[in-house]
Design a binder for this molecule. Structure first.
Ligand code: DLL
Length: 432
């Protein structure tokens, strides 16, 4: 179902006009209300009147995560604090968290884009949505919660973790939709199996998964093990949270809610905008947000854009499934390696489970990459020769794709730590 046909199905020209007028109003607001942006625009010799159409977007300055940190906690607010009704923050691995703020209208927009996303995945009023994203400073739980309520579905706000309870509610409440990270979905699937619950006997039918990179292979593995159809939902707290884009189940790519978040793809080195279809860094401008709008926010996520009409009827631009983050890219002995490349290969190997980790180290001047992957336990008992064969096959496949030699370590069931939120796929001991 298309939740908001007026906005999701308008012609490309109408969309560009709408984005243009919203951009003009945004630039005016941030120029006058956010000293940081006024300073940046003045440095570039720009005044609000210089921005006339959406084509002028590329004249504007970029915003980075560091800018958010430098203005911690409330320095980028474009409204007085009395107009702010909620803050979220991303915990981050280093330094201070990045803080984001919402006005009442921003929360309305947040609910709207999540409602659109859920509708695109086929969720409706009769559904029971078990929200197993974390509630709290993270935007996942509350974001999906408000959107599902707006849609009119029944929300089960269980939050992340507590796997036994998740299973109990899936059974007792008959939840039809599960929202969580793909890695937690994989963990839940295995826990169901351990508990002797056959997923085909559950009413569960749709998975809304995101907040971390996952490959098409991982999607198929989860769909099979939970007997559901899985949808990729993308977003980031700086832009709003989940609901920036959603896969519609057709063709390729995720529809961007571009009447609110205008996407661009840039070359991360030269910062030049790239033509449609080319892969680069995703950048978003939040043209309607009030409390903490951002100009040209550099996400570090790698993707490409496609504005061709989609079979689902939506005309909004689609972004390719996130390939990885530019800061996730490992450089091992000079070779660029994305964790998603390894995941794609592992997921094509029937003996490999969807639980793996990459461990990067340095011995002397030599970088090493160890891939740990869980393999069915039977290989560790009576089929030792078989295990060697499987190990060789996986190692060979990964090496031929990456072009570097690796250490492959098959490990037993439950060796890799399970995640309740975003999985930690890489341990890079070189940086410690
Ligand atoms: O992860 C918001 C979210 C919650 C999205 C629930 C989807 C579902 P942050 O914690 O700020 O916000 O992390 C944002 O997570 O820049 C991407 O690198 C990654 N990410 C989010 N969704 C996807 C996805 C939330 N579907 C960062 N595929 C982003 C790949 C994703 N990566």
């Amino acid at each position: 179902m298309i939740w908001n046909e007026t906005k999701e199905c308008m012609s490309r020209d109408e969309m560009r006009n709408l984005q243009g007028s919203r951009l003009r109003s945004l630039v005016d607001r941030v120029y006058h209300n956010v000293p940081f942006y006024r300073g940046k625009m003045q440095q570039l010799g720009l005044e609000p009147g210089d921005i006339r159409t959406i084509d002028d977007l590329s004249l504007l300055p970029f915003t980075t995560k560091q800018d958010l940190r430098d203005n911690y906690p409330f320095g980028l607010f474009a409204l007085p604090k009395s107009e702010v009704v909620r803050v979220h923050a991303s915990t981050g691995t280093t330094g201070k968290p990045t803080v984001v703020a919402y006005s009442r209208k921003d929360i309305e927009i947040f609910s709207e884009v999540v409602a659109r996303s859920l509708a695109a995945a086929g969720v409706g009023r009769d559904d029971i949505v078990q929200v197993a994203f974390g509630y709290g400073l993270f935007t996942g739980g509350l974001g999906i919660h408000y959107g599902a309520e707006k849609l009119g579905a029944a929300v089960v706000p269980i939050s992340g973790g507590n796997t036994a309870k998740q299973i109990q509610l899936l059974q007792d409440f008959g939840s039809t939709v599960l929202a969580c990270t793909p890695s937690y979905a994989a963990h839940l699937a295995e826990s169901l199996e351990e508990a002797g619950v056959d997923p085909t006997t559950l009413p569960l039918r749709i998975g809304i998964f995101g907040a971390e990179p996952w490959t098409e292979g991982m999607k198929q593995s989860i769909e099979q093990s939970l007997a559901i159809k899985a949808f990729d939902i993308y977003g980031l707290s700086e832009i709003i949270g989940p609901g920036v884009s959603i896969h519609c189940g057709m063709g390729q790519g995720l529809h961007v809610m571009e009447d609110h978040f205008v996407p661009e793809i840039i070359d991360p080195d030269t910062l030049a905008p790239l033509p449609e279809g080319e892969t680069g860094e995703l950048v978003f401008t939040t043209v309607t947000k009030e409390a903490m709008p951002l100009l040209r926010y550099r996400t570090r996520d790698l993707s490409s854009l496609d504005s061709q009409a989609c079979a689902c009827g939506r005309t909004t631009v689609r972004m390719a499934k996130i390939y990885g983050r530019s800061d996730d890219m490992l450089i091992i002995r000079g070779v660029n390696v994305f964790p998603s490349q390894v995941e794609s290969i592992l997921m094509s190997i029937p003996e490999a489970k969807p639980h793996y980790q990459l461990i990067v180290d340095r011995q002397g001047t030599m970088d090493t990459l160890e891939v740990q992957v869980e393999i069915d336990d039977r290989f560790f008992t009576d089929e030792v020769a078989e295990l060697e064969k499987v190990k060789k096959r996986i190692k060979h496949q990964i090496e031929s794709v990456l072009g570097i030699s690796i250490l492959l370590k098959p490990v037993e069931h439950k060796t890799i730590q399970r995640s309740e939120g975003k999985a930690k796929r890489v341990i890079d001991n070189r940086r410690l």
